[in-house]
Design a protein around this ligand. Structure first.
Ligand SMILES: [Mn+2]
Length: 261
């Protein structure tokens, strides 16, 4: 089956507004990084964008940060999908209740369904499924019981949590099991929660990766975005593009790959 060739931009853990309460009038490093993310999306002519959670750092970010976020997404002029994470959860006291971002960014869809939700990406042969975080529930499994693939050519998952790997015992929350990624059977799964960029194993024919943070909070600076090339033959190829101007992109085969237990 031939499929339309498409390119996505995958980012996560932008943590917009992380320093809103403390930086006074100083420049906002997370905002600057997100501007660069959007610039890269335009430069690389992506067809759509995936934001895999922790887009905002908390629900008390400045109003101007909310408006900035919406205007930046609108600037991409391509469809964008947010799958909320633990820092930008949906439900009571959600940051997304403070401003309807989609009133400014009409290209934006937010996966707000706590039981999971599939959206069709406007004008493209793509459906994106994801389950939003509601609160800090350590028992939450983002990919538990993912629904079967839909009808569109490209089936993408978006999720925010810890992929289970040999260090998993350090992290008792939001587990994403390799077996669940395999069962989800998406062409690509856009992951967030980790500041480090890495591919993770999603079984034969599956592809999943953390984009890493554009501007890390935990000392991981020098972030990047992932370009996700969906090829006509069904292959999915990733390229990591550093935010630093002039830095060389990292091709698919040189990206780190983490396998599950
Ligand atoms: Mn997170």
């Amino acid at each position: 089956m031939r499929r339309p060739r498409l390119r996505a931009l995958h980012t996560s853990d932008v943590h917009l507004g992380a320093s809103d309460a403390s930086r006074g009038e100083a420049p906002d490093p997370q905002a600057a990084a997100f501007t660069r993310v959007i610039d890269l999306g335009i430069e690389h002519e992506v067809d759509f964008m995936l934001i895999a959670g922790d887009f905002f750092d908390n629900a008390r970010v400045r109003q101007e940060t909310l408006e900035f976020a919406a205007h930046e997404i609108a600037r991409l002029e391509r469809p964008a999908v947010i799958g909320p994470g633990n820092h930008d959860h949906v439900g009571p006291r959600s940051v997304y209740d403070r401003l309807d971002l989609t009133s400014i960014a009409q290209n934006l869809q937010i996966l707000r369904g706590p039981d999971g939700e599939t959206v069709a990406v406007d004008g493209l042969e793509v459906e994106v499924w994801g389950r939003a975080h509601t609160e800090m529930l350590p028992t939450f499994f983002p990919f538990e019981g993912a629904p079967p693939r839909g009808d569109a050519s490209w089936q993408v998952g978006i999720g925010h949590g810890h992929y289970i790997h040999p260090q998993a015992l350090l992290h008792h929350s939001f587990h994403i099991l390799e077996e669940q990624l395999i069962a989800a059977a998406r062409d690509y799964v856009a992951l967030g929660h980790w500041e480090q960029m890495t591919r993770v194993s999603a079984g034969e024919g599956g592809s999943a990766a953390y984009s890493g943070a554009p501007e890390g909070l935990g000392g991981h600076s020098g972030g990047q975005v992932l370009l996700v090339d969906l090829m006509e033959d069904g292959e999915v190829r990733l390229t990591a593009v550093p935010l630093a101007p002039g830095a060389a992109p990292i091709p698919h085969d040189e990206l780190p790959l983490l396998r599950g237990l």
